[in-house]
Design a protein around this ligand. Structure first.
Ligand code: LMR
Length: 331
């Protein structure tokens, strides 16, 4: 027969043992994404895993799921909010349900090049956007570059009228839909995992992506032409679930924040070289002609697409658009 005092002792011991077991259990961070590993985002996710497991051994474990293998881009945001994944990095085109301001990045011909994008992202206005979804439970940790988008199709696109009537795959973005409507082309929203098949079967005739996505998804095998238009940007926001992030132990969160900073620097340093390498691989594959536009031809694309800005100025905010344009001039 156990006396109440001994029973209490047993209970205390059992509780502290459970506590110990819990403390020993590592925090698991699932990082899900939709692209291949040999891309800026794919490499960034792997570097994040490596650094976290080196610096927080036994405390934090990172599982990376590339190529839409856990969640496709239609589902990953919902999964983040439900706590089924802890980090994702959707392209900036995929946030319109959560914040209208981030639509800014989809405006065609807003940024002259990736350096201007970078300057804007680092500015107070750009950094402010990372916090624009906290009331929805989403915290932006950083921007990761992929790069400037190129138009691809199965016919040569030299002038805006060449796109007329063609079906273009677009990400889930109202701005990008309008961009193709402005060319009198037909936009069709489609998740990233379906693009290759969509192009192969003719459900769509063209698309827009940086070279690294085109090459790693083998889109060049089903697209005869790429026009080097650099007409827009495809970058990412690395995001986490606000409640999860704020609930991290005090000896873990600052380490993760530092790692995010280091990985971001590395991704953003490597992204352009990765895209240029994949451009060369596409040239070497000889499947696809890369069309270079004359300055006049590029101007014609700008004139055709830019009216889209006015349609979204109210939702995005004229001041934010101005701040982004200002980033085209280095200070
Ligand atoms: C796309 O859907 O085209 C891109 O957002 C894919 C990606 O994450 O780079």
């Amino acid at each position: 027969m156990l006396t109440p005092a001994i029973k209490a002792l047993f209970c205390a011991f059992a509780l502290s043992a459970t506590g110990l077991a819990q403390a020993a259990e590592p925090i698991t961070i699932k990082f899900s994404h939709v692209v291949a590993e040999h891309t800026p985002k794919g490499q960034g996710a792997l570097l994040f895993k490596k650094l976290v497991e080196e610096r927080l051994p036994g405390k934090v474990k990172v599982e990376v799921y590339p190529n839409s293998s856990l969640f496709g881009d239609g589902k990953e945001m919902e999964a983040l909010l439900l706590g089924d994944v802890q980090i994702i990095a959707p392209s900036l085109a995929k946030f319109e349900q959560y914040t209208k301001q981030v639509q800014l990045f989809d405006l065609p011909f807003l940024f002259d090049d990736i350096h201007a994008v970078d300057r804007f992202q680092m500015s107070p206005a750009g950094q402010g956007l990372l916090k624009s979804m906290e009331n929805k439970g989403i915290t932006g940790l950083a921007y990761w570059h992929n790069g400037m988008k190129q138009l691809s199709a199965n016919k040569p696109l030299r002038e805006p009228k060449d796109a007329r009537g063609l079906k273009f795959r677009v990400q889930a973005s109202a701005v990008l839909e309008e961009q193709f409507k402005a060319l009198r082309a037909n936009p069709r929203k489609m998740s990233f995992a379906e693009v290759y098949q969509g192009l192969q079967t003719g459900v769509v005739n063209g698309a827009e992506n940086p070279y690294s996505n085109i090459y790693s998804q083998k889109m060049h095998e089903v697209q005869k032409y790429i026009t080097e238009s650099n007409h827009g940007v495809l970058d990412y926001m690395l995001i986490t679930n606000t409640k999860f992030w704020n609930g991290l132990p005090a000896d873990v969160k600052p380490v993760l924040e530092k790692i995010v900073g280091e990985v971001t620097t590395e991704v953003n340093k490597q992204a352009e070289a990765l895209n240029q390498g994949d451009k060369q691989r596409i040239i070497d594959a000889k499947t696809t002609e890369i069309i270079t536009l004359t300055p006049e031809q590029r101007e014609a694309w700008r004139d055709a697409m830019k009216p889209v800005w006015k349609k979204f100025e109210g939702e995005i905010g004229a001041d934010l658009i101005k701040a982004a344009e200002a980033a085209n001039t280095p200070q």
